[in-house]
Design a protein around this ligand. Structure first.
Ligand SMILES: [Zn+2]
Length: 76
């Protein structure tokens, strides 16, 4: 089977045997080049893509909602 690049996978996936390394997050930057497949032992290169997401939440608030009910919530 011809090895093929694997792009934007959730985990590091071996292009030779399709083995999925579910401990990808533990990898250090020095391991990006010549990453060794834990299954077949072949070496390949890895690029980590970072996705940034944002969360927002209200601070402590008290008020009246659109139904006229009082509400209050506290920040964690
Ligand atoms: Zn492999």
């Amino acid at each position: 089977m011809k090895p093929e690049s694997v792009d934007y996978a959730d985990e590091i996936t071996c292009p030779y045997c399709q083995y999925v390394d579910d401990e990808s997050w533990q990898m250090t930057e020095e391991e990006y080049d010549d990453f060794e497949c834990a299954n077949c032992g072949k070496l390949f290169d890895v690029v980590r893509h970072l996705t940034i997401r944002y969360s927002s939440k209200p601070k402590d608030v008290e008020g009246v909602d659109e139904n006229g009910d009082n509400y209050s919530y506290a920040a964690d």
